[in-house]
Design a protein around this ligand. Sequence first.
Ligand code: MN
Length: 374
Amino acid sequence: MSLPMQSLSLKTFQRVASRQTRLFTTAVPGPSSTTGGAGIGNVESQLLPSMNDAELFKHCKYPRTTSIIGAPMTFGQPFVGTDAGPALLRDRGLRNVLTSLGWRVEDLPDLDFDTEQVSDARDPPNARNCSLVAQGTSKLADTVESKLRKGHFPLVIGGDHSVGIGSLTGILRVIPDIGIIWVDAHADLNTPATSGSGNMHGMPVGLLLDHSEENAVDFTKLPGFEFLIDGPRISPDQIVYIGLRDIDPTERLWIRDYGIKAFTMYDIDHFGIGKVMDMAFEHLNKGNPNRPLHISYDIDAVDPLLAPATGTKVRGGLTYREAHFVAEAAAQSGNLASAEIVEFNPSLSDDGGASETLELGEQLIASFMGKSLL
Ligand SMILES: [Mn+2]
């Protein structure tokens, strides 16, 4: 039941959406509502890919094992509620979704980001909750690193997007050359020097990018982030953006100056999502068709009519099928080595909107973890 949004009037869409919401909220949660697809009128027994398929997830050790890493971070943005993502996705039956796709699953306890509350006296105003974000992301980096070294597929569930600082640092320690697919309405390319809000969920790429000297981040001024002083960096040609539509002036300047490959919603409208993903892989696979890839999926990349329960909604986002295509294409590349999905906030929508957003998130996870339509 995925209707192309362009063909729907707003009224029709809202009617369909509210009907879906009713059905979703009364449906029994769990794998049956997910592995079957969008949830309505689906035949549940679909052909599912097998993790024995040597072409899929070829960078993971056999038997293919994924480690679910709950990263309930809220300190990168101002709203309480983004910490609920991992628990709610677990409650929906995330483990069963993954096992039904053929994965061996290691479901780790959520990382604890609240225990080491420190004084905020040292936190600069242009990097809010800096010490807490640093402590949390440092823990996450260590966890992701250790799972990758074991040959597992780290599946990080946020939390706000500041967790990307940790995921990427952990990945880069093991796979310095990882190709990064950043699916987002925003570029998250700010630094404390450029951010208007000081919210660190807008900085994961900005902090880790290998900047020119004048733009370099001074980590000695960011309490807790000492682990990044000599930490690994992302080179500008290592990352591709998909779905951008809300870009700050300095971010725009840097995307152009550094030559970062960015596919905005304009490009998706112009070329179609299939061609856009082809071009994204062409860019990342230059010189190495087997380059390992990481996908960082911010749920706010999807249109807010479909994913209302998130903090920084921007209209004109990915349609239901475009959102899935990005995830499916990442899996079908065979090179996906790790993934994260972030920015669910059920408290920022009504119950229907929250369950709709979480269901979509669960389905997107299924798609980038290898679910295919046939
Ligand atoms: Mn983001």
